[in-house]
Design a protein around this ligand. Structure first.
Ligand SMILES: NC(=O)c1ccc[n+]([C@@H]2O[C@H](COP(=O)([O-])OP(=O)(O)OC[C@H]3O[C@@H](n4cnc5c(N)ncnc54)[C@H](OP(=O)(O)O)[C@@H]3O)[C@@H](O)[C@H]2O)c1
Length: 355
């Protein structure tokens, strides 16, 4: 229930409105739902992208924007049938290569590693990794490990891809980025969160804020990654962002699990007031492609963006703590070692990447 009070509070701060499409309807007719960010997306031909969470919501709309500008995109998703249906509804530019499916199930870090290796076996470059997965709300029955894996598996996936991202960054004219969709919802998290050990990862925070905890770790991960890249003079930019309030299938599904009257009211409000996915994806698109980001790496490296591409700062002081980011990173590595997941050439056990 608290979540819906928060939703109501978020609506009052909400972004522009309306006509929320579902993922499968998104393909047609939304080219006009753009702004200056969309019209300024550079030509992306020859560049390779992975979008996690790409089969619906913000991730799907991100894929759509990228293929319209000629990007070669891998839709990383766990449900192949759903992803292939979503791909069928995309509208690529004429001549654009097909959108590829990459099987990625983030519920297990070993699967995340496997997906990264599968990608590496197919492609010789990766220009942008855009991460837009929605994690489930925790329940006492299902899922203490959801919060853990919502951070750990994306960590493994990203770090397993890092060698290829770094190779790509060596090419002349390259512009390599890692984009993490987070949320201003972290403002509702209590202060004093720690990531010292497994118990801290599993802290449910009364069960209400676990998804926000995952978004929170996305911001800390972004900061820690950028620090490591900068230390080694690797010209890759990591950015985190708040997409704004976006009417996606994920949001509507969350609302549907509530009692009918509440569900009905919130569905109407969200459909009427929240941004459609194609608009909601614009901050991700800005982070992934805007030339100004590459032109000013000192400003944008490790930054947190607000819609549609403004520099902001995470609305929770803990999420701005580099010390906490280091704690998260160190504990993540330790937990991975404990469960026997190695990331060759990546972070785990690799002193080169340690700051
Ligand atoms: N919508 C908003 O208003 C809003 C606001 C702030 C932040 N955000 C953030 O934006 C991101 C995207 O949210 P959204 O609203 O677009 O969500 P969405 O419509 O539910 O899409 C989420 C995607 O994540 C995928 N996913 C979930 N669990 C997965 C797993 N274990 N392995 C692989 N993929 C998995 C889903 O795949 P399946 O289809 O297979 O489930 C789906 O493609 C999230 O990080 C969310 O926190 C959203």
């Amino acid at each position: 229930m608290t979540a819906y009070i928060l939703l109501a509070r978020e609506v009052t701060h909400g972004s522009s409105a309306g006509n929320c499409p579902t993922a499968t309807r998104l393909g047609a007719g939304h080219g006009s739902m753009t702004g200056s960010v969309a019209s300024e997306i550079p030509d992306l031909r020859g560049r390779v992208f992975i979008v996690t969470g790409g089969s619906s919501g913000i991730g799907y709309a991100t894929v759509q924007h990228l293929v319209r500008r000629g990007g070669r995109v891998y839709m990383a998703a766990r449900n192949e049938e759903k992803a292939r249906t979503a791909i069928d509804h995309l509208e690529p530019e004429p001549g654009v290569e097909e959108v590829c499916f990459l099987k990625l199930d983030l519920s297990d870090p070993r699967e995340a590693r496997k997906a990264a290796l599968e990608f590496i076996s197919k492609e010789r470059r990766l220009d942008v990794l855009s991460r837009a997965v929605r994690t489930r709300r925790l329940t006492k029955d299902t899922g203490k490990l959801d919060a853990l894996y919502s951070h750990i598996s994306p960590f493994v996936f990203t770090m397993s891809l890092l060698p290829l991202l770094e190779e790509t960054a060596k090419h002349s004219q390259s512009d390599v980025r890692v984009v993490n969709v987070s949320s201003d919802g972290i403002m509702f998290l209590k202060r004093g969160i720690r990531f010292r050990n497994l118990d801290d990862f599993n802290d449910e925070h009364n069960g209400e804020f676990a998804p926000d905890l995952a978004r929170y770790s996305n911001i800390l991960f972004t900061m820690a990654l950028q620090k490591r890249l900068d230390t080694r003079n690797v010209p890759i930019l990591a950015l985190a962002l708040n997409p704004g309030l976006v009417c996606t299938d994920g949001v509507l599904n969350d609302v549907r699990s509530q009692p009918p009257i509440i569900s009905h009211i919130f569905t109407m409000v969200i459909r009427a007031l929240w941004a459609a996915p194609s608009r909601g994806a614009l901050t991700s698109i800005f982070a992934a492609t805007a030339p100004v980001v590459r032109d000013q790496p000192q400003l944008y490296g490790g930054a947190y963006l607000q819609p549609p591409g403004k520099l902001g700062r995470p609305p929770n002081a803990d999420a701005r703590s580099l010390e906490l980011a280091e704690e998260l990173w160190d504990t993540t590595e330790r937990l991975l070692r404990d469960i026997g997941v190695e990331i060759e050439g990546g972070i785990a056990g690799d002193p080169v990447l340690r700051a």
